[in-house]
Design a protein around this ligand. Structure first.
Ligand code: ZN
Length: 161
């Protein structure tokens, strides 16, 4: 079986940046399971996996435009500190989940704090970065009807929605 749309694919992966520093890896954890063709993973990686088979190993370099996007200065804004009510000690570098204009969840990072003004950055933490994925395909199976309806794979026992 090879990877095409509507297959549930398990991959082992290590993600590094241009300097070779590891940003993320499945080593020591379960493989990443995703539904192919449903944009569960970054487009550049999904495209590179198309047609691959179980056991295939590949090295994929993904440019920002096919990864987490270019770094956009307009996504930096200043908000009132009251927005962070309940946070004990607000510090630059802290990341918060927020709702994006399209309803999706996004991560915003605190860049600076000046009195009541908090500068936040809604770029994805990996925006603007070239991504180097070392990937091994470990399993491919057909998606169930329920998975196709939901647009993501379901685990064996951890599905709760
Ligand atoms: Zn689901």
């Amino acid at each position: 079986m090879s990877i095409t749309a509507d297959k549930v694919v398990s991959i082992e992966y290590t993600l590094t940046d241009d300097d070779g520093d590891v940003l993320d890896t499945s080593v020591g954890e379960d493989p990443l399971v995703y539904l192919h063709g449903a944009e569960n993973i970054v487009p550049g990686l999904e495209q590179a996996l198309e047609g691959k088979g179980t056991g295939d190993e590949l090295l994929v370099v993904v440019e920002p435009v096919d990864g987490y996007g270019e770094y956009l200065a307009e996504l930096i804004s200043t908000v009132d500190k009251d927005m962070f009510e309940g946070v004990d000690e607000l510090e630059p570098g802290m990341e918060f989940h927020a709702e994006a204009p399209d309803g999706d969840s996004q991560i915003v990072t605190v860049r600076a704090i000046d009195g009541n003004d908090v500068t936040i950055d809604a770029n994805h933490p990996l925006a603007g970065q070239r991504l180097h994925f070392q990937v091994k395909v470990v399993d491919i199976r057909d998606a169930t009807d329920e998975e196709l309806t939901h647009g993501h794979p379901h685990g064996e026992d951890d599905h709760e929605h």
